[in-house]
Design a binder for this molecule. Structure first.
Ligand SMILES: *[C@@H]1O[C@H](CO)[C@@H](O)[C@H](O)[C@H]1NC(C)=O
Ligand SMILES: *[C@@H]1O[C@H](CO)[C@@H](O)[C@H](O)[C@H]1NC(C)=O
Ligand SMILES: *[C@@H]1O[C@H](CO)[C@@H](O)[C@H](O)[C@H]1NC(C)=O
Ligand SMILES: *[C@@H]1O[C@H](CO)[C@@H](O)[C@H](O)[C@H]1NC(C)=O
Ligand SMILES: *[C@@H]1O[C@H](CO)[C@@H](O)[C@H](O)[C@H]1NC(C)=O
Ligand SMILES: *[C@@H]1O[C@H](CO)[C@@H](O)[C@H](O)[C@H]1NC(C)=O
Ligand SMILES: *[C@@H]1O[C@H](CO)[C@@H](O)[C@H](O)[C@H]1NC(C)=O
Ligand SMILES: *[C@@H]1O[C@H](CO)[C@@H](O)[C@H](O)[C@H]1NC(C)=O
Ligand SMILES: *[C@@H]1O[C@H](CO)[C@@H](O)[C@H](O)[C@H]1NC(C)=O
Ligand SMILES: *[C@@H]1O[C@H](CO)[C@@H](O)[C@H](O)[C@H]1NC(C)=O
Length: 537
């Protein structure tokens, strides 16, 4: 019996066992069972191990874990022909281990599980059945227990494995063992789409540091200048690198429901030619204060080139410690798309999309192509900058005629809010958002609201641009938001829905009473969680 005790002390995973008699038999027949059920020995933590393919002849595997194991993370690296057949993972902290899961499922939020299910697991005393969540499962010990683990198909209550037909299986699982807390986790955040051209994409990281502008206070009520003073990027970069991964959607693990499997994503990254490799970067991981996605703060941005026109892509970011974002999707434009990518600037920190400006004269040549690619715009032509600056300055002057910060014109808005809403409206009106034909959006039933612009039909209040383009109309709400946030004497004349709104603004709904100046919640948000837009706002 000593050997049994010893083997459990070293956290060797056992097979399903019942009572001391079985332990005794198991001890005697250990060589036979071990020969039938492969054991994978993992001798140190942290480490990553690819388990042998699980199939009809080898339907299960026992993990022999290092004694300091604390957390386990599982990724499905690849699935077989029937992608809904995924092995079960049973973890036991019993000594001797039992892999029998009772029918009575108890919730334990302290250990096990996966992000979407709130760590829900079936716990029967000391036995867990891990839940897969889009190719990902994890488990963390809450003490110094003996940890045993079985990975296999159709594990029965008595621990035996059966019922796999010949053509099924061939599933490969990757396991990561950690001696400290959980590693390779999934966050609830997404990359955010700036925009695409026919061969490049502008992507933003999730918000890294939320940093809303401070509200000035009376008596020293100072509005910021037209050009916002931005902290140097390096001063506020968070620690740790974010690595971007882009794969063509046609070859993406999301097609097999493996959205959260970093192992499968890395394999797709390698097999589809490392699209987000540094040699394809036009702008590589620039961290800056921006107002993208209606949130002020620091984000990292990338512009990736060498993409194919009219193609769907899927993208993730992963940090140095293996924390993975959820997938986001984007589509490149067709090869006739004329507009240029503009990065957020200190005048317009909410503009990160394609506009009908002349291309940057500075170009770069990416490997594998001799065609020079225009760099994204980081400033606007002089006359547009002058128009934005003078508009902001005169607006600021008019606004300051009210005793900002002393006489409250509203319980919800300040002069600084009014000025920020005006800046957003102005930038989006002066710098049109080009619309593309391709949409990666099969589920959203709202179609982008666009209008073809040419020199004989420019924007009514806008600026003439030198080439024809399709405009994604600004959201009517940009104007309504400025109207709501500003003192009444500034008289924002927002277009009235169905009367003057149709030509220059996008809106949805029938909020006719006040022309849409009321409820900010009218209509859907201008953009989805991934940054897909139906209007420019
Ligand atoms: C099952 O996978 C093992 C490797 O884990 C392999 O050696 C064996 O040939 C496979 N059997 C079948 C039937 O595919
Ligand atoms: C795949 O496996 C699932 C679960 O065993 C089964 O319900 C389904 O019918 C299988 N699909 C095919 C195409 O064999
Ligand atoms: C385990 O249970 C299954 C059915 O749940 C049964 O078919 C199998 O014979 C049992 N195996 C053992 C070793 O008792
Ligand atoms: C499992 O992963 C999720 C998301 O990555 C994380 O929130 C959770 O804390 C992890 N749980 C355990 C027990 O490791
Ligand atoms: C007023 O506020 C501005 C900006 O916050 C600051 O630069 C300036 O020094 C302040 N002036 C006084 C007199 O406090
Ligand atoms: C994706 O491939 C590129 C190019 O080899 C590599 O630099 C990058 O590290 C890979 N990404 C990940 C997360 O493995
Ligand atoms: C053109 O690109 C270069 C390199 O990124 C940048 O420094 C410059 O500001 C850009 N010019 C304009 C007009 O945006
Ligand atoms: C891209 O995705 C959309 C929406 O799913 C689809 O309609 C379109 O055919 C896809 N395009 C390509 C080139 O696969
Ligand atoms: C310009 O656009 C307007 C409105 O879309 C259209 O009626 C007109 O024919 C266009 N003109 C040219 C030269 O394309
Ligand atoms: C800015 O100058 C360009 C070229 O001189 C011209 O085409 C454009 O209409 C001007 N824009 C404004 C706002 O005046």
């Amino acid at each position: 019996m000593l050997s049994t005790v010893l083997s459990f002390r070293t956290r060797s995973c056992g097979f399903a066992l019942y009572g001391t008699l079985v332990i005794f038999l198991w001890t005697i027949f250990l060589p036979t069972i071990a020969a039938q059920t492969p054991t994978v020995s993992i001798d140190r933590a942290p480490s990553v191990t690819i388990l042998p393919s699980l199939n009809v002849s080898d339907p299960s595997v026992i993990l022999d874990l290092p004694s300091d194991t604390q957390s386990l993370t599982f990724n499905v690296l690849s699935l077989g022909i029937n992608t809904s057949i995924i092995p079960e993972i049973i973890v036991s902290t019993a000594s001797p281990p039992t892999f029998a899961i009772s029918h009575k499922a108890l919730e334990d939020t302290g250990s096990g599980g996966s992000p979407d299910q709130g760590n829900l697991v079936n716990r029967n005393g000391d036995t867990w059945s891990l839940e897969w969540n889009l190719g990902y499962a994890n488990w963390t010990s809450d003490g110094s227990e003996t940890i045993s683990c079985l990975v296999g198909f159709n594990v029965q209550a008595n621990g035996s494995v059966n019922g796999l037909s010949n053509e099924n299986g061939n599933v490969i699982i990757e396991v990561e063992v950690s001696a400290s807390g959980p590693i390779r986790t999934v966050t609830s955040s997404f990359l955010f789409l700036g925009d695409t051209t026919s061969n490049a994409v502008l992507l933003f990281s999730p918000l890294l540091i939320s940093d809303p502008r401070a509200q000035p206070t009376y008596p020293n009520y100072t509005l910021p200048p037209a050009q916002l003073p931005l902290a140097p990027p390096s001063a506020r970069s968070p620690q740790g690198n974010l690595n971007l991964i882009i794969v063509p959607t046609a070859s993406s693990p999301t097609g097999d429901g493996l959205d959260y499997s970093l192992a499968a994503i890395r394999r797709a990254n390698a097999s589809t030619g490392h699209i987000a490799a540094s040699e394809n970067m036009i702008i590589d991981a620039l961290t800056q204060w921006v107002n993208i996605g209606d949130r002020e703060g620091y984000r990292t941005m990338w512009v990736v080139g060498n993409l194919l026109a009219d193609t769907n892509y899927t993208a993730w970011a992963v940090d140095d410690s293996g924390v993975l974002t959820r997938p986001m999707w984007f589509a490149t434009k067709d090869s006739s798309f004329p507009c240029q990518l503009a990065l957020p600037t200190d005048i317009c920190p909410s503009v990160g999309y394609t506009t009908p400006l002349e291309a940057n004269e500075t170009t770069t040549t990416l490997p594998g192509s001799d065609i020079p690619v225009a760099m994204p715009l980081r400033s606007y032509p002089e006359n547009i900058t002058a128009l934005l600056t003078s508009s902001l300055q005169s607006f600021s002057t008019s606004l300051k005629t009210t005793a900002c910060g002393r006489d409250l014109y509203s319980h919800v808005s300040s002069c600084a809010d009014c000025y920020a809403a005006y800046r957003n409206w102005l930038c989006r009106a002066v710098l049109p958002h080009c619309a593309g034909s391709a949409s990666p959006n099969p589920s959203q039933d709202i179609t982008p609201q666009t209008l073809t612009r040419n020199s004989s039909s420019p924007r009514d209040n806008g600026v003439p641009y030198t080439y024809d383009y399709d405009e994604l109309l600004p959201c009517l709400n940009n104007c309504d938001a400025a109207d709501r946030a500003c003192p009444a004497f500034l008289v924002f004349r927002c277009p009235v829905r169905h009367i003057t709104g149709r030509q220059s603004y996008a809106f949805i709904g029938e909020h006719s009473k006040d022309g849409g100046n009321g409820d900010p919640a009218v209509g859907p948000a201008p953009q989805s969680q991934w940054g897909w837009r139906w209007c420019n706002g």
